[in-house]
Ligand binder design. Sequence first.
Ligand code: GDP
Ligand code: MG
Length: 439
Amino acid sequence: LSERLQAAMSKLRRKGTIKEADVKEMMREIRLALLEADVNLQVVRQFTKRVSERAVGAEVLETLNPTQQIVKIVDEELTKVLGSETAELNKSPKIPTIIMMVGLQGAGKTTFVGKLANYLKKNEKARPLMIAGDVYRPAAIDQLKVLGHQLDVPVFDMGTDHSPVEIVRQGLAVAKENRNDYVFIDTAGRLHIDETLMNELKEIQELAQPDEILLTVDAMTGQDAVTVAESFNEQLGITGVVVTKLDGDTRGGAALSIRAVTGKPIKFTGTGEKLTDIEVFHPDRMSSRILGMGDMLTLIEKAQQEYDEKKAEELARKMKEDSFDFNDFIEQLDQVMNMGPLEDLIKMMPGMSNVPGIDKLQVDPKDVARKKAMVFSMTPEERENPDLLNPSRRRRIAAGSGNSVVEVNRMIKSFNESRKMMQQMTKGNMPAGFDQMMG
Ligand code: GDP
Ligand code: MG
């Protein structure tokens, strides 16, 4: 999916400004890319319509960086299609939380029970119980037992001679007795949806009143996955979806249309056969992944910072000449402010929390405003020539900007620190951690 989208994006990226015709062509490419990836036709139509509406409007055409804006819109709209918010597991206010798995045979229900039990054990120290409700194949019960053994999670089973409803009834009683906090009900699937299966599932649902009915769909089944999801949802009112087999080169587009078609959130994905191959589904991250956002994000970031390259060059030249002055200082302060909350940026960078001094990088907008006020109280000569600032000039600046001399001195100290850092950088001596930060 991402390859084609990326090609469409990069074509656009090479253009300076965007005309309506460009948007049209771009949308055509995106449309094809999505259809090729097996995204549901309805979903594609809605998606491209929304993106076009937003893109063709003045919003884009009048901005300085139209390309980045379009990328941003596509990312935002795709995130919406995928569900916007990360959907949490529904939990019961009193134990146990009951999770019922439904889906066609081979979709990955039993495997997922193992994965989620393992996940909850690790993350919440949960004490789940798994109920073997697939009585049609002895192998299915064994499969769950093997998982239980591997994970050290109890499995409740009564062999194949009882009805699934009866097994669930007794299993729930055992869970209550043992105060298990989660109960997983593994059910049988069929190759196709049929009435007998649905009726059986409805009976279990009525009895167990599950907090979650998770439909498991196989990402490799293409548009079938969407049809299956629709009918399971109609019949049972599912609460969430698990998309399995999103590993390898699965196109995945169909499965990802499920949210748009059923309105039910994707909660987890399966990305392999191992018990640890489970991921919480984050719509924004999935969108980024689909769009191959690595370099896109950089682009958008750049656009948002509105970083003027000429200014950067100027700054670099000044640093070389060792002439970093208060005008540059102001510019630096503005740039830092424009970058948005530093904390957010830092959190996005791998390994950044370990860099010494990183916690001191906080920027207080009030502090920046105060510093600017002081610089604005300087004469142009003073701004260009910081060494002029003798005590009487400092007193004048303090009075003029409504600050104390102590504060003026502190600001000058901070300026000198910036200047020193700039000098170090041009000499190739990065301050500790800085190369990692840029890295
Ligand atoms: P069930 O019939 O719905 O219970 O499906 P199973 O849990 O028995 O899984 C059917 C097959 O799909 C098994 O061979 C699993 O190993 C495999 N499987 C399940 N989830 C995934 C996944 O996320 N990725 C891959 N590659 N295989 C999976
Ligand atoms: Mg199974």
